[in-house]
Unconditional design. Structure first.
Lengths: 639, 376
């Protein structure tokens, strides 16, 4: 019985049955008016679309009280809040000149853009796209314009003039000129799209256009437009002054042009590098770069710490360097010993000793740096068994420790060194920068914490399970806003005297703790989806519990819950706006409170809210798209 | 065994080294503790019951040690706190700077905490900032609330009603003129209750409609679906001006419906701190009364014919200023760097169309309520 199984030949179908060409009328009959019920739904849907579109586009483009100048004039405030840009008479240098530190913002943005471009290369994002998708987008936008400017006008005429209905909504008062040009653009887009589609035929379905190239071209067009278009600005400083059209200032156009150059340059550098560096190494370095870049950009570039006593009272650079070096060497020796294959029961003694030291360090007044470094030693000693063994592996483990310690020292020096960016506020961050800082920090902190909680909750050890369950249930049971208020109002009483922790840091810590509880439940869902066979197989292979968790269970569990995690990331991003209630001026707080509160921009609230909604949407939509890509790449939902 | 001992020793040595370093670093600034304002230990009790320890000058010492005044302001209120891309401005902001000028001689030594109206008092009590200038109405319940005190009023606001002249309203319209008409206001203010009281006292009934935001109210008012709007008079005046209806809308009744005195608030129980805030405000009033501005104060002192001015400047009976715990030229710096009350008003509120002359916010010599006790 060793013969092959012979499959019968299945003749392939050579010609697909030809379908008659479908015109728009047939399509509408099939899809919109197939039954009386669907006809009814179509009419109702069209009516709702009509009323909504009329009101919304009417407000955005034509309503008398729209104030798009409030958005453009306050863009700097919305993005970076009061970051010194050389216009304040109160923030002066030694020579009495206004200080301008906007280059720090642009450098940070440049680093993010460069890393993004490199990531696009090394993760091989992009690929080809069919022209048909582009022509379809053109057709849809043309159709939308025609619907809004032609369809709504006709419906208005039919309902209003012939039947005498008035559906309310905003004043619909576009001039004939605006109507003419917009309808023309709509016709060109729709007709052009259709014509190109027709001309290309089946070639339109071949994927021939590079997505990255298309994005690059779009970026060039947008940045080019910055130099060309003129925006309406108030001509005077008193409210109600007439508006005049002015070109966009060079402080905006020039940096964005440089940013565009940075993007292109880094992309091409990345393409060159990919020839010499394997993808795997490249993506690892990039991941590390992303992780390190965030604290460095926030703490070093944007905050510009000063090392002297004036800026950071009680800070001594020498002390931190000494302690860092001591931990690097002594801690390294301990870890080296703990990862020795013959260590056996001794490692428990080491862990106990460090545990005592940690308890001691928190019960007396001590530098946070030492407390955290002790934790790091403990973590590495605990992991020593997993990563220990051969000398080569141990050496690499030690290298990792050295890297972490250098970073930890650097980070604490940055945190403890005072902020020298003067903004007349306790922290120099506000606006979109603050939104981003809170979001990224919360995600970075809550992820490992949430994973630990999930492991605790699924653990067989009752003490860990109980603690995790208690934490998750208590934290989840209280509204986020309550935690945030508590972080500001109660934490000052709970902190040790003299611990001058900035508000936004407290908020981040509380928010991360809150987010971790939800993260834990998401991850637990993934853990429970892993079949027991996986674990049993890895145990059979001789893996320890920790190794099974790190190399077998966790990667599969996390892959399963990507949609849930992205959903949580999006929710976290939007919920950062809750910090407005406790007096941190994030993007939304500035858009809905501060800008409409300026005498010049009173009455701009609706405009600002539309802008804020659109701005948040750009980011959440990108996140959603990125996660879809990731899911497809990892094959979530297909296995 | 040797190895185990070695490890233990290493751990202990690390801890010992840490202890040695620590006293110079994290805990060097007991004065900078944000909570223990009123001396003594246990932070929480010290702030809420601070009365007994307060005389020692908890807040002032703390502010001095910190080197900067922490001041709670609004996150955006036209004329009071205005935040644009580069700077803070407004009457509340100017008074924060005035206090900084009095304490440090430098009006720039202030950090602003823009705070929402929901948490402004709690954050003050928690010690997030030292004084709150946030268009806050002084009311009995707020004053008697544990841990809060109010300083001299810097702006007298009050509720008014505004209607278009075209509908027959005039500046001395009375409740009978509004009988049966539709009045709009925004949600979440005390405006509704006040105006209903006012109308029923005058024997009239009005229909009230509460809309979500200020913006909604004016949208409905402009398109005529509301006959009148009501809210703080400063808001009415400002909206009438910025929306360009100066000649078409009229505000009534002649005396406001309610009283909204806006001024500083600070933690209870620190009398020294309260005196500094109060007298910084009063000094701006006195300077206005004497017609001394930031530009003319040097000349006025050089002339030397006004003993009260010399006392304010700390040149005569300098112990008055010194007893407050600030430098003897502290108040001189307030006038020099910030100016007198009229200057502050002109700079921040006049551009909004809030006319000072003839309002409650004129000096008492001109029929208003701005009045300060004598400086002697």
């Amino acid at each position: 019985m060793t013969g092959k199984i012979i499959l019968p030949d299945i003749p392939e179908l050579e010609f697909a049955p030809e379908l008659p060409p479908k015109g728009p009328v047939v399509w509408m009959k099939d899809n919109l008016f197939s039954t009386p019920r669907s006809s009814f739904l179509t009419v109702v849907g069209l009516y709702v679309a009509y009323v909504f579109t009329k009101g919304f586009t009417g407000f955005v483009f034509n309503y008398a009280e729209r104030r798009w100048d409030a958005v453009t004039d306050n863009m700097k405030l919305l993005m970076v809040y009061l970051y010194p840009n050389g216009t304040s008479e109160r923030i002066l240098d030694a020579a009495g000149e206004p200080i301008n530190q906007m280059h720090r913002v642009w450098i940070s943005l440049g680093v993010v853009i460069a890393l993004t471009a490199l990531s696009l290369v090394f993760w091989r994002v992009g690929g080809k796209m069919a022209p048909k998708r582009i022509t379809r987008t053109l057709q849809i936008s043309g159709g939308f314009l025609l619907f809004v400017f032609l369809g709504v006008t006709i419906l208005d005429y039919v309902f209003g003039v012939l039947f005498g209905f008035d559906f309310g909504g905003w004043e619909w008062q576009f001039s004939t000129k605006v109507h003419f040009w917009t309808i023309l653009v709509g016709v060109v887009l729709l007709g052009g799209g259709l014509l190109v589609d027709r001309a290309m035929g089946d070639r339109g379905k071949e994927e021939t256009i590079s997505v990255i190239g298309l994005l690059g071209a779009l970026a060039v067009v947008v940045v080019g437009l910055l130099w060309v278009i003129e925006l309406p600005r108030l001509s005077g400083t008193e409210p109600g002054a007439p508006k005049v059209f002015q070109p966009i200032e060079e402080t905006t156009t020039l940096p964005w042009t440089i940013m565009l150059g940075v993007a292109f340059l880094s992309y091409w550098v990345g393409v060159g590098l990919r020839r010499v560096i394997p993808d795997r190494a490249g993506t690892r370095v990039l991941t590390l770069a992303w992780l390190v870049s965030f604290p460095v950009l926030v703490m070093a570039v944007l905050r510009d710490p000063g090392w002297d006593e004036v800026v950071a009272p009680g800070f001594s650079l020498g002390n931190y360097l000494t302690i860092g070096a001591a931990f690097l060497v002594v801690g390294g020796l301990v870890i080296w010993a703990a990862s020795h294959p013959a260590i056996g029961e001794w490692s428990a003694a080491i862990v106990a000793a460090i545990g005592v030291a940690i308890v001691f360090s928190w019960s007396v007044s001590m530098l946070m740096f030492i407390r955290f470094s002790l934790f790091a030693v403990l973590l590495f000693v605990l992991g020593a068994k997993t990563f220990g063994g051969a000398t080569q592996v141990r050496r690499r483990y030690l290298l990792l420790w050295a890297g972490l310690m250098v970073f930890l020292t650097y980070f604490f020096i940055l945190v403890k060194g005072g902020n020298t960016v003067e903004t007349q506020t306790p922290s120099p961050f506000g606006g979109f920068v603050l939104t981003m800082i809170i979001f990224v920090s919360v995600m970075l902190l809550s992820f490992p914490f949430g994973v630990l909680l999930a492991l605790g909750r699924t653990s067989t050890m009752p003490i860990f399970r109980l603690m995790s369950v208690a934490y998750i249930e208590v934290v989840r049971g209280v509204p986020l806003i309550t935690w945030l208020i508590m972080s500001i109002i109660f934490m000052p009483f709970a902190l040790p005297i003299g611990a001058n922790v900035p508000d936004f840091v407290l908020v981040i810590l509380f928010y991360a703790g809150f987010s971790a509880a939800y993260m834990a439940e998401n991850v637990r869902g993934g853990l429970q989806a892993i079949r027991a066979g996986q674990k049993e197989a890895s145990v059979a292979l001789g893996m320890t519990t920790v190794q099974t968790m790190i190399f077998i269970t966790m990667p599969q569990a996390l892959r399963t819950v990507i949609p849930a995690l992205v959903g949580q990331a999006i929710a976290t991003f939007k919920d950062t706006s809750l910090v407005a209630i406790i007096g941190l001026l994030d993007f939304l707080a500035l858009a809905q409170g501060t800008v409409p509160g300026q005498p010049l921009y009173r009455g701009s609230l609706r405009t600002m809210l539309i802008f804020a909604a659109f701005f948040y949407w750009i980011f959440t939509f990108s996140m959603s798209k990125a996660s879809q890509r990731l899911e497809k790449k990892l094959g979530v939902g297909e296995r | 065994m040797v190895r185990r001992l070695f490890v233990l020793l290493v751990a202990l040595a690390l801890v010992a080294a840490a202890c040695g370093d620590d006293s110079t670093s994290d805990t060097t600034e007991p004065g900078a503790a944000t909570t223990t304002t009123a001396g003594g230990g246990g932070g929480a009790t010290a702030t809420t019951t601070g009365g007994d320890g307060g005389q020692g000058g908890g807040t002032l010492a703390e502010v001095r040690a910190r080197g900067v005044l922490n001041c709670g302001v609004s996150e955006g209120a036209a004329g009071f706190t205005n935040i644009d891309g580069s700077d803070f401005s407004g009457i509340d902001v100017d008074y924060c700077r005035a206090v900084a000028a009095a304490i440090f001689g430098d009006s720039n030594k202030v950090e602003f905490f823009p705070v929402s109206s929901q948490v402004r008092f709690d954050n003050l009590k928690a010690g997030q900032y030292d004084v709150l200038f946030r268009n806050t109405t002084w009311t009995a319940s707020r004053d008697t609330d544990v841990g809060m005190n109010f300083g001299p009023t810097t702006y007298f606001d009050g509720q008014g009603v505004m209607g278009p002249i075209s509908k027959g309203f005039s500046a001395d319209s009375e409740p009978e003129d509004v009988d049966g008409l539709l009045l709009c206001t925004s949600a979440g203010t005390t405006s509704e209750k006040n105006v209903a009281e006012w109308a029923s006292l005058g024997g009239a009934t009005i229909r009230l409609e509460t809309l979500e935001t200020n913006e909604d109210v004016y949208t409905a008012f402009i398109d005529g679906s509301c006959d009148m709007v009501t809210t703080d008079a400063s808001n009415l005046v400002g909206e009438r001006f910025t929306r360009g209806f100066l000649d078409e809308w009229v505000i009534f009744p002649p005396t406001n419906i309610s009283k909204e005195p806006l001024g500083p608030a600070y933690r209870e129980g620190d009398d020294e701190w309260a005196d500094i805030i109060d007298w910084t405000v009063f000094v701006t009033f006195i300077a206005a009364e004497k017609g001394v501005t930031s530009a003319t104060i040097d000349a006025a002192i050089a002339a030397g014919d006004d003993p009260e001015l010399l006392r304010i400047a700390g040149l005569e009976s300098s112990e008055i200023v010194a007893d407050l715990g600030i430098a003897t030229d502290g108040f001189l710096q307030v006038i020099k760097q910030i100016g007198n009350y009229n200057e502050i008003y002109e700079r921040n509120l006049a551009p909004l169309g809030l006319v000072q002359a003839g309002s409650l916010n004129a000096l008492f010599t001109e029929g208003g309520l701005i009045y300060a006790p004598p400086f002697r």
